[in-house]
Every structure is written in structure tokens, then in C-alpha cells.
Ligand binder design. Structure first.
Ligand code: NAD
Length: 273
């Protein structure tokens, strides 16, 4: 069991979407301080003042997780001013929603930098202190896109496969070291936050409600889990993909469940949303 009581929580990409909800819920469950990192200064300010007005202790910092120097500098500041981070939500993520050949090299690199390298930069900056303190929980928000191929998101899928592989391996490394520091890898299908606006939900995988999925993520932390896949069909995905020949799997995922057409209607979030 891992309680939020009196913990210092840091969330990347915590100014909106599920990041903001996880921050609010961490505070409601007893965290004594929330540190929010985000690139969106306006959303960051709004989130900080909303939560501060509710009487919570919230610290905000404009940090781009894909900028290693900036991560190191801000992490050093956090450790100096707040002593430690107990619970780290590696949540910041981006998507372009394009076929691979439509991506610029710049957007390919940016997606990998934020979704794959960014989570490593942030974890690497805080993990040694967590190991030293003999306490800590790193929650990596990957995606169901890290478990199945999906046209229209080749680069995003690549970034999330990397996130899953790294996060689950890190968990095992920490177990082998015998440290109590924990890792939770989260692999949800589409969530109704606006990041994937326009997508067509596959069969048996309705758009997840941000409130429900964030409650499940926090419950998973409190019960010390290392893996969360939602909804139920996502739990079955690795098994089905493992046992079926690829042509059969592609027929089932593509034609029966409609996963492979889900991105056809993607619009993504409009700038002003
Ligand atoms: P969102 O777009 O609502 O929020 C993402 C937040 O991350 C924003 O505040 C944004 O400003 C911030 N951010 C983006 N790039 C950043 C960077 N370089 N440094 C710091 N902050 C940055 O997205 P969301 O739906 O809340 O998604 C959160 C996480 O969940 C992402 O990692 C996403 O890939 C993952 N996820 C989302 C869905 C979905 O359908 N929305 C499904 C599965 C997984």
C-alpha cells in the first residue's frame, strides 16, 4: 500500500487533461504539496491558481521535459527547495496524428523526445534520491498504443512502445536491486481529454472518461500496482496478438474491432481549446 498522505507529488504535463486531474486527486487524497511542470505557461498559471485558491500548496514551473538541461536545472531546484519527490507522474505527452510519411523529421524527433526520452530524463533526475530515501513511486503514462500497431499514429506508437519497454524494465531493475521504489506503467486506450479529439472509438473500447481513468490510476498507486491497462480489451491485447498469426490479428483488430480505422477521423485539439 502506498498512501498519498503527506507526500510531495510532481506531475509533468499537469496543467490540463489527466495530468491536472491526477494532481487534484493527489491533493484530495492527502498529498501535502503538488509540483506541476508543463510547457503551457497560461494553462500552468490557471491550474496553479485554481488549486491554490482551494487551499492547497502548489508549485508550478515551466519545464519542457524534452529539454534535458531544463529538466536537470528544475529538478535540482525542486530537490533543493522541497527536499524530495515521493510520487512522480511522468505524464506529459504529445501526438501529431499523421501517417509516418506525412511527418516532418522535426515532428518525429519531437514526439520521441517528449514521449520517450522526456520520461527518462525526468525519472533519471529524481530516481537516485528516491533510491537513497528508500521510498518513491514513478508512474509512467504510456498508452495502449504501446501494445498494438495502429495506422495514423506510427510515430506516437513507436514512442509509447519505447515508454512501455523502458518502464516495465525499470520496474524489474528496481525490484532486482531490492529497493522499495516502485514503478507503475499505465496503458489506457483513448481518453476523452481532447488530445485525441475526433477519433472513432474501437469496438468494446469506448473513449475513457478522464475522471474514471484517473481514479483508477490513483487507486493503482495506493494499492502498489506495477501495471494498469484499461479498458478490459487492452488487457487481452498482448495475449491475442501473441497467439494469433499477424494476418488474423490484423483482421480482428482492424476489421472487427475497428482499431485500424480509429485514427481516420482524428482532428486533435484545436489551438484555442
Ligand atoms: P493533454 O494534451 O490534455 O495534456 C498533456 C499536457 O502535457 C498538456 O498540459 C501539455 O501542455 C503538456 N506537455 C506537452 N508537451 C510537453 C513537454 N514537452 N513538457 C512538459 N509538458 C508538456 O493530454 P492527456 O490526454 O491528458 O494525456 C496525458 C498523457 O496520457 C500523455 O502522455 C498521453 O500520451 C497519454 N495518453 C493519452 C490518451 C488520450 O486518449 N488522451 C490515451 C492514452 C495515453
Amino acid at each position: 500500500m502506498s498512501s498519498f498522505k503527506n507526500k510531495i507529488v510532481l506531475i509533468t504535463g499537469g496543467a490540463r487533461g489527466i495530468g491536472l486531474l491526477m494532481g487534484e486527486k493527489s491533493l484530495a487524497r492527502g498529498a501535502n504539496k503538488l509540483i506541476i511542470w508543463d510547457v503551457d505557461e497560461k494553462a500552468l498559471q490557471e491550474a496553479g491558481s485554481k488549486l491554490t485558491k482551494q487551499g492547497y500548496t502548489v508549485v508550478t514551473d515551466t519545464v519542457d521535459v524534452s529539454d534535458h538541461e531544463s529538466v536537470l536545472k528544475s529538478a535540482k531546484k525542486v530537490l533543493k527547495e522541497h527536499d524530495r519527490v515521493d510520487i512522480l507522474f511522468n505524464n506529459a505527452g504529445i501526438v501529431s496524428g499523421k501517417d509516418f510519411d506525412e511527418h516532418s523529421m522535426e515532428s518525429i524527433k519531437k514526439t520521441m523526445d517528449v514521449n520517450s526520452l522526456g520520461i527518462m530524463y525526468v525519472a533519471r533526475a529524481f530516481l537516485p534520491e528516491m533510491i537513497k530515501n528508500g521510498d518513491g513511486y514513478i508512474i509512467n503514462i504510456a498508452s495502449a498504443a504501446g501494445l498494438t500497431p495502429n495506422p495514423g499514429m506510427a510515430v506516437y506508437a513507436a514512442s509509447k512502445w519505447a515508454a512501455v519497454g523502458w518502464s516495465e524494465s525499470l520496474n524489474l531493475e528496481l525490484q532486482k536491486k531490492g529497493t522499495p521504489v516502485k514503478v507503475l506503467t499505465v496503458m489506457p486506450s483513448y481518453i476523452n481529454t481532447g488530445m485525441f479529439a475526433g477519433v472513432t472509438a474501437p469496438l468494446l473500447m469506448p473513449l475513457l472518461d478522464p475522471d474514471d481513468i484517473t481514479t483508477k490510476i490513483l487507486d493503482a498507486v495506493e494499492s502498489g500496482k506495477d501495471r494498469l491497462r484499461e479498458p478490459f480489451m487492452v488487457k487481452l491485447t498482448p495475449f491475442i496478438r501473441g497467439v494469433l498469426p499477424s494476418k488474423v490479428y490484423n483482421f480482428v483488430a482492424g476489421k472487427i474491432f475497428g482499431v485500424y480505422n480509429s485514427m481516420d477521423t482524428f482532428t486533435g485539439r484545436k489551438k484555442e481549446d
